[in-house]
Design a protein around this ligand. Structure first.
Ligand code: PMP
Length: 440
């Protein structure tokens, strides 16, 4: 047992042996409360009988049929179910195996849309600093995280990055949230003027920023302004809901709360709830119509797209999130989580900001609450915190380098929607223990 290529070659993790609701149990019998759903994946916990039965049932029928030859009943059902609950105007679903694949498909579809319309000069994307859209080269190009991009920068597609909408650090003294939102949204206008709007394909953003910033929603009005600017210049709006979608923020699609409809939206993670690797790119009827009227063929595809077993699992997940009331539960328990975080850490001298929506929450750790001075990178705080929490039996998702690519730490919390109030209490206790162990 020593041939796997691990994430970190110098440290081998424990072996996950069993899932039990909100807990993972390793081969030594130690139980870990999953306070981050891995990375905002396990929305239904680790032992949902309905999803497990759907996978078994589909395996008995047919596990795989290549989409070059067939569609499948679970894929058709899942697409119908997603569209029934998608923002108005979004009515086509392209099924893939994960988040990066969904983003990659979105970028290529957006480019092909303009080719079909006779606008081949559109070759660029605009995205935001402090964002993450995946690790494949296209997705990595749109992501704004300097540390992740740096080694691969020479291989990237043409993308420029504007400011994120990051209320805690970006809004100036005396500026209203609305004025701040307009100001940062208007950076898109400025960048379009600089590049020439007729050369740009799309603007790409996460409605609630996940991995690189710790559950940062935009201020009210920001995305409406972004939508106006995209429409004025005829560029597409791609919203990446791989992390924040599928009920995580208390609505099935996060963008519902910003009252904005994208042209393309990507989902993954919570779509399969961890039971199967599955993602999707959903697009508007207008984009689909352009392909249909043109070449009639989206020039893209992977072997495992629309995989029947993955779709069977995802179909039950979405059924539970919608008719089954799990998204409403995420909204309800999200309020409990938010209150618990404010009670436990609202006065903590090293917690500068508590933010997020639903079951998607972040804490920003600072050396000084008044000046918002972050901890320096030398401390390796996020790594120490992850290790201390793990030791205490808690899985959480601390990240560093969130402010200028080198400094700053946050903790992302994204528990399964099934957690109880007692388990939220346990999460607070274990997180406090870990913070006490590592904060200077
Ligand atoms: N987009 C966002 C917003 C993400 O958070 C992630 C994963 N953290 C991805 C894309 C990439 O998804 P995957 O890891 O499934 O490829």
């Amino acid at each position: 047992m020593n041939h796997i290529f691990p994430r970190h070659t110098k440290a081998r993790p424990p072996i996950a042996a069993k899932g039990d609701g909100a807990y993972i149990i390793d081969t030594s019998g130690k139980r870990y409360l999953d306070g981050s759903g891995g990375a905002a994946v396990s929305c239904l916990g680790h032992s949902d009988p309905d999803v497990i039965n759907a996978i078994k049932g589909q395996a008995d029928q047919i596990a795989f049929a290549h989409t070059g030859f067939f569609t499948s009943e679970p894929a058709e059902r899942l697409a119908d179910r997603l569209v029934a609950h998608a923002p108005k105007g979004i009515d086509r679903v392209y099924l893939v195996s994960g988040g990066s694949e969904a983003v990659e498909a979105a970028l290529k579809l957006a480019r092909q849309y303009f080719l079909e319309r006779g606008e081949p000069q559109r070759t660029r994307f605009i995205a935001r600093r402090q964002s993450y859209h995946g690790n494949t080269l296209g997705a990595l190009s749109t992501g704004g995280n300097a540390w992740r991009r740096e080694p691969f920068a020479p291989l990237m597609i043409d993308t420029s990055h504007i400011s994120p909408c990051y209320d805690y650090r970006g809004r100036e003294d005396g500026e209203t949230p609305e004025a701040y939102g307009q100001r940062v949204a208007d950076e898109l206008e400025g960048e379009l003027q600089r590049l020439g709007p007729e050369t740009v394909i799309a603007f790409v953003a996460e409605p609630v920023v996940g991995a690189t910033a710790g559950a940062v929603p935009a201020v009210p009005g920001y995305f409406k302004r972004i939508r106006e600017i995209c429409d004025r210049h005829g560029i597409l709006l791609i919203l990446d809901e791989v992390m924040c979608g599928m009920g995580r923020t208390g609505t099935l699609f996060a963008c519902e709360q910003d009252d904005v409809t994208p042209d393309i939206v990507t989902i993954a993670k919570g779509l399969g709830a961890g039971y199967q690797p599955v993602g999707a790119m959903l697009c508007s009827s207008a984009i689909y119509a352009a392909i249909e009227a043109g070449s009639g063929f989206f020039q893209h595809g992977h072997t495992y797209i629309g995989h029947p077993m993955a779709c069977a699992a995802a179909d039950v997940v979405v059924q539970k999130l919608t008719d089954g009331g799990m998204t409403d539960r995420a909204a309800r328990m999200g309020d409990v989580l938010n209150t618990a975080l404010h009670d436990a850490f609202g006065q903590h001298p090293n917690v500068g900001d508590i933010r997020g929506r639903g079951m998607f929450r972040g804490l920003e750790l600072v050396a000084d609450r008044d000046t918002k001075e972050p901890f320096g990178p030398g401390l390796g705080l996020h790594k120490a915190l992850k290790a201390a929490a793990f030791e205490a039996g808690l899985i959480c998702y601390p990240m560093g380098g969130t402010i200028d690519g080198r400094r700053g730490d946050h903790v992302l919390l994204a528990p399964p929607f099934i957690v109880t109030e007692d388990q939220i209490g346990e999460l607070m206790d274990k997180l406090s223990t870990a913070m006490n162990a590592v904060l200077p």
